[in-house]
Design a binder for this molecule. Structure first.
Ligand code: MN
Ligand code: MN
Length: 395
């Protein structure tokens, strides 16, 4: 039987119809690209139920702030109202581009996506920190401490995470802003110089600006009379030996191994094709996710029958409220790499599989009417990322 070209094209267009016939054709208007990106929103699993709010937001749907020196965009409670614990900024600095000297009330945690950057900071005791960071490195600036970021030879793209969902990186305390709004006579008195010394001050907050690529770290080193900060403000996450699971890897950075990071804990997770981040929840905090690569689906379970499935892909922010059950399944052909962040000093999760394995058999069996196959599969050793039988490889 042959098919006309129109019929063949029709086949490529996803429709909100389940195999059992529920639903119906969508004649439009519609955004087919988005429907193709969100197969589990267009045709939700039959297990989805209830009224859970949106928990995914793409950085591609945010406002881009373009500056000479780079760009930034952010996902805060304005974009994703449920994400009250943390806010995130995706920023790029050109070679030499500077995120100006500034500070804020919130802790700042960062993951270097690509390139390299130089970070500077001091603490209240006058101890300084000047370091270069590259792909896969983290940094952390405690709340209230001043800092700067500058792109090196190849520029730098990174993710910033703050421990307050309402935080905006466009609303920080900046050195240029402060000096622009302080009487010149006061500035002159403060530094013991003539007022003319400030005649070239920027008139407003600078935020991001273009400068030249700095010299070597050694050439820029400033020795503080009080020494360097006792706990490093950066951390080589990719240099950490990963926890290897049957379907991927996990690298955890929290205050136990990245000691300065007292307000934000994180895990970098790799989910290989044909694998999933197992069913689990977090007993201490909401989860703010950032997807670096791949395509997947996540169902969030909120109790009382409420469950909703979301599709996730590179550039998305996902969010899971404290204690809500969830999994992330790789539905693509490439590995998913994503970050899990928590407003906490430590990473913690509870595994459904491990919980069942460590509970008396009789109660699990009777509670779930479980047979031997399931009972024998339970594993007392946590496997954060597990392989699953893939549909396309089934016999
Ligand atoms: Mn900052
Ligand atoms: Mn999780």
């Amino acid at each position: 039987m042959s098919m006309s070209r129109d019929q063949a094209d029709q086949r490529q267009i996803p429709q909100p119809i389940r195999p059992d016939g529920a639903g119906g054709i969508d004649t439009g208007p519609r955004d087919i690209w988005r429907d193709l990106e969100n197969p589990d929103q267009l045709v939700p699993p039959v297990t989805d139920n209830g009224l859970l709010p949106n928990m995914v937001f793409s950085f591609s749907d945010t406002h881009m702030k373009l500056n000479f020196g780079g760009w930034s965009r952010e996902v805060t409670t304005r974009e994703l109202p449920i994400a009250k614990d943390l806010a995130g900024v995706n920023m790029y600095l050109k070679p030499g581009g500077v995120r100006e000297l500034h500070w804020h009330q919130q802790a700042e945690w960062a993951f270097m996506i690509s390139g390299s950057a130089r970070i500077t900071a001091i603490d209240a005791e006058g101890r300084n920190y000047i370091a270069d960071v590259g792909q896969g490195d983290l940094w952390y600036f405690p709340p209230g401490l001043p800092h700067s970021i500058q792109g090196l030879e190849h520029g730098a793209e990174f993710l910033l995470v703050f421990d307050d969902g309402n935080f905006s990186d466009l609303n920080t305390l900046s050195i240029s802003d402060w000096m622009a709004h302080t009487p010149r006579s006061v500035l002159a008195a403060n530094f013991g110089v003539a007022e003319e010394a400030f005649c070239h001050l920027p008139k407003d907050q600078v935020y991001i600006y273009q400068a030249s690529v700095p010299g070597s770290l050694e050439s820029q080193r400033i020795e503080s009379p009080y020494g360097s900060v006792p706990l490093p403000f950066s951390h080589r996450l990719m240099a950490q030996k990963p926890l290897v699971s049957s379907g991927g890897t996990v690298r955890i950075a929290d205050s136990t191994n990245f000691q300065i990071s007292k307000k934000i804990a994180a895990a970098l997770v790799e989910i290989k094709p044909g694998a999933m981040r197992e069913l689990h929840w977090h007993p201490n905090a909401d989860e703010w996710q950032y997807y670096l690569s791949g395509t997947g689906r996540m169902t969030v379970f909120g109790g009382n029958g409420a469950a909703r499935t979301y599709n996730v892909r590179a550039g998305d922010v996902g969010y899971v409220p404290f204690a809500f059950g969830h999994y992330i399944q790789n539905i693509g052909n490439d590995s998913i790499w994503f970050l899990e962040m928590f407003r906490s000093d430590r990473f913690a999760d509870v595994s459904l599989n491990q919980w069942m394995a460590l509970t008396p058999k009789a109660i699990v069996e009777s509670n779930l009417c479980a047979g031997n196959e399931l009972m024998d599969a339970l594993n007392p050793v946590k496997q954060p990322v597990v392989k699953f039988p893939r549909k396309d490889k089934a016999d």
